[in-house]
Design a protein around this ligand. Sequence first.
Ligand code: NAD
Length: 343
Amino acid sequence: MDRLQVFRREAALRIGLIGAGRIGTLHAGVLIANDAVDELIVADIDADRAKSLAEELGAWHLDQPEDLFDISDAVVIASSTETHVPYLLHAAEAGVPAFCEKPISIDLETADQAVTAVHESGIAVQIGFVRRFDTGHLAAREEIVSGGLGDVLLVTTQVHDREAPSEDYIAVSGGIFADMLIHDFDSVRFVTGSEFVDVTVTGSTHAMPVFGTYDDFATTTVTAHLENGAIVVISGTRANAAGYDVRMEVFGTADSIAVGLDPHTPIRTLEPGLDLPRPPVTVSWLDRFGSAYRAEMEAFTRLVTEGGTSACTIDDGRAALVVAAACRKAAVEERPVFIEEIG
Ligand SMILES: NC(=O)c1ccc[n+]([C@@H]2O[C@H](COP(=O)([O-])OP(=O)(O)OC[C@H]3O[C@@H](n4cnc5c(N)ncnc54)[C@H](O)[C@@H]3O)[C@@H](O)[C@H]2O)c1
C-alpha cells in the first residue's frame, strides 16, 4: 500500500449514503461535517431526491445505489427498512463496511440472511441505535455498572414521536415494535446490560385509525422482565403534539435517575411556580439527539479507519429485533410471550 493510499484510508473517507429521506437527510448533514469524511456520494431509488440533497450539501450523487459499493470506502444505509438486508448483502459481498439504520429487517428470517453474511464476510457493521451515543443514556449505564443505584428494580422508558409518519412509511415500517420501540429494546439492553425474558403488550389505534389499516398500533405499552430481575415498562405513541419526547427512568434500591428530563422536555408541568417546559422545546429528533447522531457517525468512521469493535453490532440489531418479534406475537396471540419462544 503506498503512502497516498495509507493517507486515504486513515484520514479521508469516501462515504456512500443510500437513502435521501428523513433520516438520510439528517445523516448527510452529519457526514458532510465529519472531519474523517472527504467525499459524500448520495444515492436513492428516487434519483431526483438524491440529486437535490447532494446539491444542497455540495456532495456528489449517483443514480444507481448499487454502484456505490464499487467506489465507496464505507456505506451508510438509510433507505426504507425493506432495503436494509439487500444492501447489507451487497456490502458483505463487496467487503465494504456498513452503517445500517434500524431495524435490520421487519422479520427475523430475512434479518438472519444479513447476520450470516456479515459474520462470514467479516465486514464491520454498526446498527443505528443512536441512544447508545446519548450522554444521558451513557451516564445511566455508568450509574448501573458502578452500583450507584443498588439493585435495579424498575426501568421505564417513554418514546413519543412528534408527528406520525406518512401512510407510505407506515405501510412498510414493520409496525410500532420493529420500527419505533426497537430503540427502547436496545436502550434497555444497553443501559442495564441485561436481556429481556418475556413481554406483555397492549396497544390501540385511538385517534390514529390509519395504523389499524396496517394491523399496527399507534399507541402501545410493553411490560417485561429482565434477566437481572428488574421490571421494564415501555410506552410509546406515534404522535405527540407537544414534541419529540424520549425518556428513561431507572429506580433502584439505592437511588433513582431520569434520562431526557430537562427544562426543554416537551411536557407541561402543572406544579405551581414551575414554568416548564422552556423554549426551545424539544420537537425534533435533531433537537433531542443531535450530538448523539454526530457521535454515532464519528464512532462509525473510527471503526472504518481504525478497526476495533463496533459500538452496535449486527448481533445487537438482531437481539432487539427478537424482542420486537416477541411483542408482535404477544399482540397477535393476546398473551405474554417468552423471548426463548422466538429464538
Ligand atoms: N435512527 C433513527 O433515529 C431513525 C429515524 C427515522 C428512521 N430511521 C430508519 O431509517 C430508515 C428510513 O427511514 P426514513 O424515515 O428516512 O424514511 P423515508 O421514507 O423518509 O425515506 C426512505 C428513503 O429510502 C428511499 N428508498 C426506498 N427504496 C430504496 C432503494 N431500494 N434504494 C435506495 N433508496 C430507496 C426512498 O426513496 C426514500 O428517499 C428506516 O429503516 C427507519 O426505520 C431511523
